[in-house]
Write a protein that binds this ligand. Structure first.
Ligand SMILES: O=C(O)CCC(=O)C(=O)O
Length: 254
């Protein structure tokens, strides 16, 4: 799915959009699960600053879990970032009717800037069409190439909008300066957002411990890699000396 032209555009602009990756049926199933989880969390007083941004979506529905094994997603991530990539965070960014969320501030999704080296890759899977009215993501092409974050004024003067259809895939260098828009419509705008990182980095949550074994067992090799099953740390000498095929930190993980 990632050809040479797309890779070049990604390197230069920091974002590419791949059309029609998911069918309407797949999108509808994901949206049903995500909206239920969002509404369930929405009034939770603990979640005060990031309302609408469900965490750890793999625990909140079987379709969102199965996305971890999706070959198209895996192909994009391993081509653009790294063959051994893992998930840093599996979240959502829902803009309820007439609202914004924590993603609406001008920001990057990775605090480190290393010239010519991407540590994190962002993925947005729109579950509703992204329009100018319902909050299509603002982004500043090329901004991933600089350490500096522009002022809000400069950002909004030059920013473009990721207007797209539900089921398209937005992939971006996590150093790209971006912001969710505000949703001025009467309908929610739902999206899944996954941040991938290099295999030797820490994840936001310890997914291999956080996920019940029964759920991990449903995953194939791709999903297991992405949640970090190949790069777990031994907590005893017994675990360190396990035979090769049972090792927690597998060989050749980058
Ligand atoms: O919801 C959006 O349009 C962007 C989401 C975002 O900025 C983020 O998750 O970091």
């Amino acid at each position: 799915m990632i050809d040479k032209n797309l890779q070049e555009r990604f390197n230069q602009e920091g974002m590419v959009l791949i059309p029609s990756v998911f069918s309407d049926t797949e999108v509808a199933a994901l949206k049903t699960e995500l909206l239920a989880a969002t509404l369930e969390d929405y009034t939770d007083p603990v979640k005060h600053f990031d309302k609408g941004m469900v965490h750890n979506c793999m625990l909140r529905g079987r379709h969102m879990l199965a996305l971890l094994d999706n070959p198209k997603v895996y192909n994009c991530v391993t081509t653009l970032l790294d063959p051994c990539a893992i998930i840093y965070a599996y979240q959502a960014s829902t803009l309820m009717a007439k609202s914004s969320n924590y993603g609406t501030r001008v920001h990057v999704d990775c605090p480190r800037f290393i010239p010519n080296y991407m540590t994190n890759l962002g993925l947005i899977l729109p579950l509703d069409d992204f329009t100018l009215d319902n909050g299509a993501t603002y982004y500043l092409p090329g901004s991933h190439l600089s350490e500096n974050i522009p002022s809000e004024d400069n950002f909004y003067q030059q920013a473009q909008r990721a207007v797209c259809r539900k089921g398209d895939l937005i992939l971006f260098n996590a150093r790209l300066v971006h912001a969710a828009g505000a949703n001025d419509t009467e309908q929610e705008r739902c999206a899944l957002t996954i941040n991938f990182c290099r295999s030797y980095m820490r994840q936001r949550f310890d997914f291999p411990r956080l996920m019940p074994t029964e759920l991990i067992d449903t995953l194939g090799d791709r999903g297991k890699q992405l949640i970090g099953m190949n790069v777990r740390m031994p907590s005893s000498l017994e675990e360190f000396y396990l035979p090769e095929e049972q090792r927690l930190y597998r060989a050749n993980q980058g």
